[in-house]
Design a protein around this ligand. Structure first.
Ligand SMILES: Nc1ncnc2c1ncn2[C@@H]1O[C@H](COP(=O)(O)OP(=O)(O)OP(=O)(O)O)[C@@H](O)[C@H]1O
Length: 236
C-alpha cells in the first residue's frame, strides 16, 4: 500500500485560553486526491489548514506531510518545507499589490529552489512557466502579466492566486474558500481549471468551501464536524 501524502494522527489543538477546537483521531489524504472539506463558520477549517502547513503546531499528536513530521522541524525549516511542497490559495488571495501579475505568480520560486527548478525543467524559463499556468487559467493577454496584480478584477486575481499556488508543482495545493467571490458559472469553470492544473502537476487538492453544490465534483467530501471529536463532545 502506498503511504499517504498527508496524515494526521491523534491531533489536538486549542487556541490560548480557549477550549479544544480540533481533536482529530486520524485523517489521510492520498497523492493526487481531490478532497472537499466543509464545516460551519468557526468550526476550525482555517485553523486546520494552518496546522497542515506547520504555521501552528498542535498541542498533541502530529501532522506528517510526505513522511516528514512537521513538529520535528524548527519554525524556519517548517516555513521552508511548506513553501517547497505546498501551494496556498487564500480566501482574500493575498497577492502583493506592488508586484506585477507575473512576479506574484513567480513568488514561490524566489523562496523555493525546488519549485524554481521544477518550473524551469518543465518550461525552460520561469516566464514561460508563469505564462503556461495563466494561459491554462484563461489569462492569456501578455499585457496583463505586467500589470499590478490588484489592477485586475476579483475573478482574475483569483486565477493569479491559483497560478501562484501551482507554480513549480507543489505536491499539495490548499485552497481556502477560493470561489466565494465568484458567481455560480465562474465558480465551476474556475474549479475545472484548477482540477486540470492539479492533475497535470500531479498535485493533491484540499479545497475548503461552504458551497456544498461543488462537493460532487471532488473525489471525496468531508465535513469537519464528522472528523472532529471535539465537536462530537460538544454535541453530547
Ligand atoms: N489567531 C487566533 N487566535 C485565537 N483564536 C482564533 C485565531 N484564529 C481563529 N481563532 C478561533 O478559532 C475558531 C475557529 O476559527 P477558524 O477561522 O479556524 O474557523 P473556520 O471554520 O475557518 O471559519 P470560517 O468558515 O468563518 O472561515 C474561532 O472561534 C476563532 O475565533
Amino acid at each position: 500500500m502506498t503511504s499517504p501524502l498527508l496524515e494526521l494522527n491523534e491531533l489536538r489543538f486549542a487556541w490560548p485560553q480557549q477550549p479544544v477546537l480540533l481533536d482529530i483521531a486520524h485523517f489521510r489524504l492520498q497523492a493526487g486526491e481531490r478532497l472537499f472539506l466543509k464545516g460551519p463558520s468557526g468550526s476550525g477549517k482555517t485553523t486546520l489548514l494552518g496546522l497542515l502547513g506547520g504555521v501552528h503546531l498542535p498541542q498533541q499528536g502530529e501532522v506528517t506531510l510526505l513522511g516528514q513530521s512537521l513538529a520535528s522541524l524548527s519554525a524556519r525549516q517548517r516555513d521552508r518545507f511548506r513553501t517547497e511542497h505546498t501551494g496556498y490559495i487564500f480566501q482574500m488571495f493575498n497577492l502583493l499589490p506592488y508586484l506585477s501579475v507575473q512576479d506574484n505568480v513567480l513568488l514561490p520560486c524566489r523562496f523555493s529552489a525546488r519549485r524554481k527548478d521544477r518550473a524551469l525543467q518543465r518550461h525552460g524559463s520561469l516566464e514561460a512557466a508563469a505564462a503556461h499556468l495563466l494561459n491554462g487559467l484563461g489569462l492569456s493577454d501578455p499585457a496583463l502579466l505586467r500589470r499590478p496584480a490588484t489592477a485586475l478584477s476579483i475573478g482574475q486575481q483569483q486565477r493569479v492566486a491559483a497560478a501562484r499556488a501551482l507554480i513549480g508543482n507543489p505536491e499539495l495545493v490548499i485552497a481556502d474558500e477560493p470561489t466565494s467571490a465568484l458567481d455560480a458559472d465562474s465558480r465551476e469553470a474556475f474549479l475545472q481549471l484548477l482540477f486540470a492544473e492539479c492533475s497535470e502537476a500531479g498535485s493533491s487538492l484540499l479545497f475548503v468551501s461552504h458551497d456544498t453544490a461543488l462537493a460532487p465534483l471532488f473525489d471525496r467530501s468531508l465535513a469537519l464536524p464528522e472528523l472532529n471529536r471535539a465537536t462530537h463532545l460538544e454535541a453530547l
